[in-house]
Design a protein. Structure first.
Length: 103
């Protein structure tokens, strides 16, 4: 039997903190992928709306190495990542679906 866990992680470099949290556990992969996408969309709209707007400014941040927002969206595998900022201002937020085989 396979189960699918939806996990989130928020990493903040200025205080070296990492928060890992479980968002759900499913026996149906489609439901797990749906949950991961739902959490990601909510995070973009609510939790990180200001940061997305701020770090999308290509005049101020020329590329990812200087703090420009980087977004990775892999719907097929349930992996989503937001990364922005530079050095002590760097933050990363991601959501992933993990598959586990139970015997």
């Amino acid at each position: 039997m396979k189960i699918y866990t939806v996990l989130g992680m928020h990493k903040v470099d200025y205080d070296f903190s990492v928060e890992v949290f479980k968002l759900g556990c499913f026996t149906d992969k489609a439901k797990a992928l749906e949950k991961a996408k739902q959490e990601y969309v909510n995070a973009k709209r609510v939790d990180f709306a200001y940061e997305i707007q701020q770090y999308s400014n290509e005049e101020k941040y020329r590329d990812v190495d200087e703090g420009l927002l980087e977004i990775i969206e892999d719907e097929e595998n349930g992996y989503y990542e937001l990364s922005f900022g530079f050095e002590e201002d760097h933050e990363m937020y991601n959501i992933a679906v993990d598959e586990w085989e139970l015997n």
